[in-house]
Design a protein around this ligand. Structure first.
Ligand code: TYM
Length: 344
């Protein structure tokens, strides 16, 4: 937290959309780091943002399944639902309520500048949902509803977390309060932007039409190994320094993935593999990835066999999230001039 706002205790919030299976990008850029933060003993709140997911059409039955599958991925990756709060957004109605208030604080011009809005709405912005446009202000509500001070995310969410700071600052300024924290994005580690295995200039994404472009957290050992062995690369051997990867996006991506999975730096990885070709590096990477990821897929499958237990965990998480969220929402509404006269 910045020195200017000492009154906020450290609290982590982050979220993932359950709109499709999770990828290695979600794992290295977010989930693995969520587990690290939990294990550092900071208060951690993690949310499956189903209200964000419906900003583009979702089949209802699939959305429910994918939300459970994402919850299973969190738990299989090491999130302990007793130590962290794990829940789905729509079960805590305060998200939508604060989202509305922040819609009235955020400016159209700010939303228009969001690169994800431009990418997702594309040329057909007239046909995009109003929810897709307002998406970042709901994201700000997610964070500010818990007075979260830090938000671990991949690089692609940096602009949204910065916007959350702008919204918090404008709310504090307009109402003459020091109520919302100016939250910091935490973008750390070797794999804050994992790229497609087919094109090192494109982000690895669940929405890429090519399944070979990504590793899904549900992929089995053979599939993981095969996708990495077939990953696009160049013909050069690996350099001895990270600077040598500068114009080699595919090679850099694989080195970053290796480093993040191994808990090492890219510099350490290239120092070890200097002069080696991909004939040596790719099988080593495949072995490492299988060792780290295949047990997660196996555990997810086990957890998915008991959807009622997943729903129970999400319900319990939502209850605990609500206890933190309600007083912050109530105070926000008081600050904005709403009458609050109902008995609790
Ligand atoms: P989403 O669901 O697109 O992605 C979830 C998290 O995974 C990270 N990520 C990646 N990291 C590295 N390389 C990649 N290829 C990659 N792909 C995805 C994302 O950066 C993100 O951290 N708007 C958010 C969800 C959200 C949220 C929030 C996040 C809603 N409310 C509040 C933080 C705080 C999103 O769509 O993430």
């Amino acid at each position: 937290m910045t020195a200017a706002q000492p009154k906020f205790t450290p609290r982590i919030f982050s979220g993932i959309q359950p709109s499709g299976g999770l990828t290695l990008g979600n794992y290295l850029g977010a989930l693995k780091r969520f587990v690290e933060k939990q294990d550092e003993g900071i208060e951690t709140i993690y949310c499956l943002v189903d209200l964000h997911a419906i900003t583009v059409w979702q089949d209802p039955a699939r959305l429910r399944d994918q939300t459970r599958e994402a919850a299973a991925a969190f738990i299989a990756a090491g999130i302990d639902p007793k130590r962290s709060i794990l829940f789905n957004q729509s079960q805590v109605s305060a998200h939508a309520e604060l989202g509305w208030v922040l819609n009235c604080v955020a400016r159209m011009g700010w939303m228009n500048r969001m690169t994800q809005w431009k990418d997702k709405a594309g040329k057909d912005a007239e046909k995009a949902s109003l929810g897709l446009f307002a998406y970042p202000s709901l994201m700000a509500a997610d964070i500010l509803l818990y007075h979260a001070t830090m938000v671990p995310v991949g690089e692609d969410q940096k602009q949204h977390v910065e916007l959350c700071r702008d919204i918090a600052a404008k709310f504090n300024h307009d109402y003459g309060v020091d109520f919302f924290p100016l939250t910091e994005p935490l973008i750390e580690g070797a794999a804050t932007r994992v790229m497609s295995l087919r094109d090192g200039t494109k982000k690895m994404s669940k929405s890429d039409p090519s399944d070979a472009s990504r590793i899904n957290l549900t992929d089995d050992a053979d599939t993981i190994a095969q996708k990495l062995r077939k990953a696009r690369t160049d013909a050069e051997p690996l350099p001895g320094t990270v600077a040598g990867l500068k114009h080699r996006p595919e090679a850099r991506n694989l080195v970053n993935i290796y480093a993040a999975l191994a808990g090492r730096t890219p510099a350490q990885v290239v120092a070890e593999y200097e002069g080696k070709g991909f004939g040596t590096f790719k099988p080593a990477l495949a072995d490492l990835a299988v060792a780290k990821l295949a047990p997660i897929a196996t555990e997810m499958k086990r957890l998915m066999a008991d959807p009622a237990e997943i729903d129970r965990i999400l319900g319990d998480g939502a209850d605990r999230a609500d206890v933190i969220a309600q007083p912050i929402l109530a105070r926000t509404l008081e600050i904005t001039g709403m009458i609050r006269s109902r008995k609790p």
